[in-house]
Design a protein around this ligand. Sequence first.
Ligand code: F6P
Length: 341
Amino acid sequence: MQRIGILTGGGDCPGLNPVLRAVVKRSAVEGWQVLGFRNGWKGVIDDEFIILDHQSVSGILPKGGTILGTSRTNPYKKPGDLEKVKSNIAKHELKALITVGGEDTLGAANKLAQEGLKIVGVPKTIDNDLNATDYTFGYDTALNIAMECIDRLHTTAESHNRVMVVEIMGRHAGWIALEAGLAGGADVILIPEVEIDLDKVCELIKKRHARGRTFSIVAVAEGAKLKDKEVTMDQKLDAFGHIRLGGIGQTISEMIEQKTGYETRVTVLGHIQRGGSPTAFDRILGTRFGVQAIELVKQERYGFMVSLQGRNIVAVPLQEAVGSLKTVPLDYYQMAQVFFG
Ligand code: F6P
C-alpha cells in the first residue's frame, strides 16, 4: 500500500481539520494510507505519528484547531533535526509529505522541496498574509469573530461614553484589523503597514465627539507600531525568530486617555480569534485544498502549493508563497480612512 504523510505546523487555525478529513477521504479513493505526524515538524523529527483513517477523521469537519496538534518547530534550527526528517520520510517510504502551514512551515517545506524531497504545500493562517493565494482558511473565521467583538464593544462603549481600543491579531499584516474594523464600523483602524500617528488618532476621536458622538472604537493590529517604539510582550524569540507581540492596545489606550481626556478601555481579543468552529467559507476552502493536495501528489507536482485564485483552486510553486508577505495595500487602507473619525 502506498503511503503519504501530512503535518500541520505553526499557529493553529479553524479549517485545519477539514483539510485532514479531505486528504484522508481523497487518499482512500486512491487506496493510499495517511500518516499524520504529531505537532508539526516536531513529529517528523521525533517520528511521532498516527494513522489517519475514515474513523479518525469522522466528525472533525466543524472542529477548530487540529487533531494532529501543532508546534512552531523549525527543522533547520537544531543540528541533526534535518537528517532525522529525511531519514524518517525515507523509513516510511512516503510517496509525498503534505505540509499544512503558514510562512514559516512552508518556508521549511520549500527548502526541503528544493533539496529534492517530495513535498506538497497547503497554505493556512488566520493572518491571511501568505503570498500567491487570494485567501487562506482560518482568516474568514477570525475576521467574523473580530467583527462580532467590535459589534459587542459598541453597546458598552456607547453606554459608558468611552473610547474602546480593541487589539486584534496580525503580526506583520493588518488584514483582520482592517477588514473587521471596516465590517464592524470602527472609528479608527491601525495596522502594521502604516506607522501610528497618535496625534492624528486623537484628533479624529475629538472630531467625532465634537459632532455629538460620545464614544469611539479604535481597532489596532497587534503588530502596529508607534514611531521609535516597538511594543512587545517580552524579548523571547520563537524557533523562527519571531518576537511575542502584544501590548500595543494597552499602550495606545493610556496615551489616548491622557491626550483626549476621554475615559478609555482596552480589550485584547488574542487567541479567541483562532479558536472554535470554522465558518462555512473556511470549511469549504480547507476541504477543496485537501482534495487538490492529493491531486498534486497524483500528478507528482512536488514543490507546489495549492492556492485559491478567484474561485479556482490552482497550483503555484512554493517558492512564490514564501520569502515575502502579502500585506495590506496602501490604497485599500486609504479607502478605509473615509470612515475614520
Ligand atoms: O500567525 C498567526 C498568529 O495568530 C499571529 O497573528 C500571532 O501574532 C501569533 O500567531 C500568535 O502566536 P502564538 O500562538 O505563539 O501566541
